[in-house]
Ligand binder design. Structure first.
Ligand SMILES: Cc1cc2nc3c(=O)[nH]c(=O)nc-3n(C[C@H](O)[C@H](O)[C@H](O)COP(=O)(O)O)c2cc1C
Length: 450
C-alpha cells in the first residue's frame, strides 16, 4: 500500500482563530459542553481521522478578557468522549514539569483501557512562569532543566506502564490466583527527580503504553523528540522550513537507533475552506476583522519580550523589532523565529502581522478551495515535509466539517488517506508497533516480583 497520511484534529474551543468566538455562528456558548466536544470528535471519526487532540496548561495561562478562557482538563474530557466514540484516537496534553509520574501513569493507563487502546500523550514541559506559582514554585525551572526532568519522567512512566506483563492476569477460579506475581514487577526507580517503587496500580493497558506525542522545536526539544516521540506536532510557514525540520528529526531518531518511520511529523495546518478561493479569502478577512489589536499586540509582546507600543498598526513592522529572535534551536525561540521569518520575507504591517498570527499563533494558515488545501497537503506529504497534519480548523465545527467532507475525499481519491479504519487502536492508525514490556520474557533487566 502507498504510504498513508496521518490526520489529527486539534480541538480548541470555538476554533483556532483567536476571534472565531466572535463569528456570528460560533459555538461560544458551548465550549464547556461535552456534547460539543463529542460532536467534533464524531465528525472527525466519521471521516476516519487518526485522532483528536487537546492542548493544556494547569493554570489560567495567558487568559485575557478578549478570548474564551478556562478550559476543562483534557484527560477527563477524553474519557467522556471515549465512551461515545469507537475508533478515533484521543490525545491529551499533560506536563512533565507539574505532574508526578505515578499519577500521570495511572491516568493515561486508565484512558487507554477505557478507550480500548486509543490514548496518546502530548508530552510538554510547560513554559509558563504563572503556572509554576500554582505548584508551590516561586519560579519556573529553566527550559533545559525541564527537559532533563522530562527525560527521567519518561523513563519512570515507561517502566510503570510495563510493570505488569501482558499475561500477568490469570483470573483462575480453580487455583484462586488472580494474577501471577512473577509477572508484576516493582520498578525500583531511584533517580535525581523521582524515587518510585512500583508496580503500577493497574494492569498493562491495550496499547501497552499510550502513544508518545511531543511538540517542542528547540535543540533540547528536538533531542527529546528524536529519542522518545512517536508523533510530533510542529509549526512551519513554508515547505522549506518544514523539510529542514523533518529531516533533522528523522536523523535524530536514527541516531537513537530508531527507524525514521517510528516518528510521525505532523505540522499544523489551519485552513479556511470554501467552494471558491474568493469566498475562502472573504471568510478569512471577516474573521480577521473581528480581532482585537490590543490582544494580538499583548500576545506578541509576551512572546518576543519587546515593547511594540511605538509601532503604528498600518505601517510595516521594522525588521529590527524581531531581529533579536536568536537561534531557532534556542529554547522557547522556535515560534519567535517563525515570526521573524514572516516579517523578513513578507514585510507586513503590524495589523497584517497580527492577522497572520491570529489564525493559529504561527501555524500555517491557508485560504482556498478543497482542492487547494488537498494540493498543499499532498505537496508537503510527498516532498519530505510531513507524514501528515495536525489540522487546526479556524472555526468549529463548520470548518472541520468542510475539511472532512470536502478535502478528505480528495485525499482518499488520490490514495493517500484511508477510507476505512484498518485497526482499532491509535497505534494501528499511526502504523506504530505495540511495544513489548521491558520486563517481558526476553527482557535483559532483572525482573522484580512484587
Ligand atoms: C501544536 C502544538 C501544541 C502545543 N501544545 C502545548 C500545550 O498544550 N501545552 C504546553 O504547555 N505547550 C504546548 N506546546 C508548546 C511546546 O510543548 C513547547 O513548549 C514549545 O514548542 C517550546 O518548546 P521548545 O523550546 O522546545 O521549542 C505546543 C506546541 C505545538 C507546536
Amino acid at each position: 500500500m502507498t504510504r498513508q497520511l496521518s490526520l489529527n484534529a486539534f480541538l480548541h474551543d470555538t476554533g483556532h482563530h483567536e476571534a472565531s468566538w466572535r463569528h456570528r455562528d460560533s459555538a461560544v456558548d458551548r465550549i464547556h459542553d461535552i456534547d460539543f466536544d463529542t460532536q467534533n470528535a464524531l465528525i472527525a471519526e466519521e471521516a476516519k481521522l487518526d485522532a483528536i487532540f487537546f492542548a493544556d496548561a494547569p493554570g489560567l495561562w495567558g487568559a485575557t478578557p478578549f478570548r474564551p478562557a478556562g478550559h476543562l482538563e483534557p484527560i477527563t474530557r477524553l474519557a467522556a468522549i471515549a465512551a461515545r466514540t469507537e475508533r478515533i484516537g484521543l490525545i491529551a496534553t499533560a506536563s512533565t514539569t507539574f505532574y508526578d509520574p505515578y499519577n500521570l501513569a495511572r491516568l493515561f493507563s486508565s484512558l487507554d483501557t477505557i478507550s480500548r487502546g486509543r490514548a496518546g500523550w502530548n508530552i510538554v514541559t510547560t513554559q509558563s512562569e504563572a503556572v509554576a506559582r500554582n505548584f508551590s514554585l516561586s519560579e519556573l525551572p529553566s527550559a533545559s532543566e525541564r527537559y532533563i526532568r522530562a527525560q527521567e519522567f519518561i523513563d519512570v512512566v515507561t517502566k510503570l506502564w510495563d510493570s505488569w506483563e501482558d499475561d500477568a492476569i490469570l483470573a483462575d477460579r480453580e487455583s484462586g490466583r488472580f494474577f501471577d506475581p512473577e509477572k508484576v514487577h516493582s520498578i525500583h526507580h531511584v533517580g535525581n527527580h523521582f524515587q518510585v517503587e512500583g508496580a503500577l496500580s493497574q494492569p498493562r493497558s491495550p496499547q501497552g503504553r499510550p502513544v508518545y506525542v511531543q511538540a517542542g522545536s528547540s535543540n533540547d526539544g528536538r533531542a527529546f523528540a528524536g529519542r522518545n516521540a512517536e508523533a510530533i506536532f510542529t509549526a512551519h510557514q513554508t515547505i522549506e522550513d518544514a523539510q529542514a525540520f523533518y529531516s533533522d528529526i528523522k536523523s535524530r531518531a536514527v541516531a537513537f537507533g530508531r527507524s525514521p518511520e517510528d516518528v510521525k511529523i505532523l505540522p499544523g495546518l489551519s485552513p479556511f475552506i470554501a467552494d471558491t478561493r474568493a469566498e475562502a479569502e472573504e471568510l478569512q478577512r471577516y474573521v480577521n476583522s473581528l480581532t482585537v489589536p490590543a490582544y494580538g499586540i499583548a500576545q506578541l509582546e509576551g512572546l518576543a519580550g519587546v515593547s511594540l507600543a511605538h509601532l503604528e498598526l498600518d505601517e510595516p513592522v521594522p525588521l529590527e523589532v524581531f531581529g533579536q529572535a536568536g537561534d531557532v534551536l534556542d529554547n522557547n525561540r522556535s515560534r519567535l523565529q517563525v515570526i521573524a521569518n514572516i516579517v523578513e520575507r513578507d514585510r507586513p504591517t503590524l495589523r497584517g502581522l497580527l492577522h497572520r498570527l491570529a489564525g493559529a499563533r504561527g501555524h500555517n494558515v491557508v485560504a482556498g478551495t478543497p482542492t487547494d488545501v488537498a494540493d498543499i497537503i499532498t505537496d508537503w506529504f510527498q516532498n519530505g515535509a510531513a507524514d501528515g497534519f495536525n489540522v487546526m480548523p479556524p472555526l468549529y465545527p463548520q470548518l472541520l466539517q468542510e475539511f472532512t467532507q470536502k478535502v478528505v475525499p480528495i485525499l482518499q481519491d488520490r490514495g493517500l488517506f484511508r477510507t476505512e479504519y484498518t485497526g482499532s487502536t491509535l497505534r494501528d492508525h499511526f502504523g506504530l508497533a505495540r511495544p513489548e514490556s521491558l520486563y517481558g520474557a526476553d527482557a535483559t533487566e532483572e525482573a522484580h516480583v512484587v
